[in-house]
Design a protein around this ligand. Sequence first.
Ligand SMILES: NC(=O)c1ccc[n+]([C@@H]2O[C@H](COP(=O)([O-])OP(=O)(O)OC[C@H]3O[C@@H](n4cnc5c(N)ncnc54)[C@H](OP(=O)(O)O)[C@@H]3O)[C@@H](O)[C@H]2O)c1
Length: 317
Amino acid sequence: MIGDRTAAVFGGTGFIGRYVVRLLAHNGWRVIVASRHPDRALPMKTAGVVGQIVPVPADVRDDASVEAALHGAAAVVSLVGILYERGRQRFDAIHVAGAASVARAAAAAGVERLVHVSAIGASANSASAYARTKAAGEKAVRAAFPGATILRPSVVFGPEDAFFNLFAGLARNAPFLPLIGGGKTRFQPVYVGDLAAAIVQAADDGRHAGMTYELGGPRVYTFRELMTLTLEVAMRKRPLVTIPWGVARIQAKVMGLMPKPLLTLDQLEQLRVDNVVSPGAAGFDAFGIVPTPAEIVLPTYLDRFRPGGRFAIRRAR
Ligand SMILES: NC(=O)c1ccc[n+]([C@@H]2O[C@H](COP(=O)([O-])OP(=O)(O)OC[C@H]3O[C@@H](n4cnc5c(N)ncnc54)[C@H](OP(=O)(O)O)[C@@H]3O)[C@@H](O)[C@H]2O)c1
């Protein structure tokens, strides 16, 4: 049943956004899905009844389109982000000015709750422009909408993720898996379903207003451990080969020129710093959510990378 509450999800057609849109709809919200390509939201319409999920065109670089998109919304979720710069999609324009545009429009429209998704590692002092602009974006959002809830996830995993799918694909096609800088950087992967549950709760519940949370999964892994786990789940044997930082820099420089780069110099800077929940940071506990272990979820989608494919084991029985 649809209630009378409307939520607008900027970046609702992205990896995390699609889970947020479906969960909001499941919980009875009308959902405006705002992105530059509203057609990409069409497959989600079946997650609601007729008229419950409404794709609308919006570009966070265009204030008027942002204001129009969140018209009538009681809650706004701000998920727009980029991993590398292309054309007019610059880190400043998206993570700072774009995030501020959504927050300003939400405040002006009298929206009750704003949930802004940043990232662990957001810092004004980072060597990475992604992380610096994420920090500046948080500041701009707080200035425009002091009651916003800011969520900083670690690397997010789930069936359509860009991390485990990338390395499982490499395990299938490449002779080795790379350990950039020796693979010692630590990560705390968080399940997309848990993150979406926290976002939807923050959109619903005033207790989270004005808070900043860091969201990580139940376990911290080194990059090397994540590669070993990926190989185990994909049932592949590949050597793990250390790529010294200097060599990785050259590779990232070349790859950074590709239309959809696998690695950029800016991402390399992020890889130098641990991506884990800070000691004492508020996190999933505040939501009553017990984060899901990667070991439970990964086999449900990385099995397609196994030798012979997803059905090989069943056929062998
Ligand atoms: N995935 C992770 O591991 C991870 C980890 C930490 C933090 N985060 C943060 O979480 C957020 C969502 O990440 P994601 O993985 O879901 O990203 P994603 O799959 O790349 O989705 C990005 C979304 O933003 C929209 N978008 C891009 N440029 C836009 C613009 N100018 N105006 C309006 N919409 C625009 C895209 O739709 P269109 O292209 O159609 O406009 C898409 O809906 C980001 O802020 C990201 O930094 C993600």
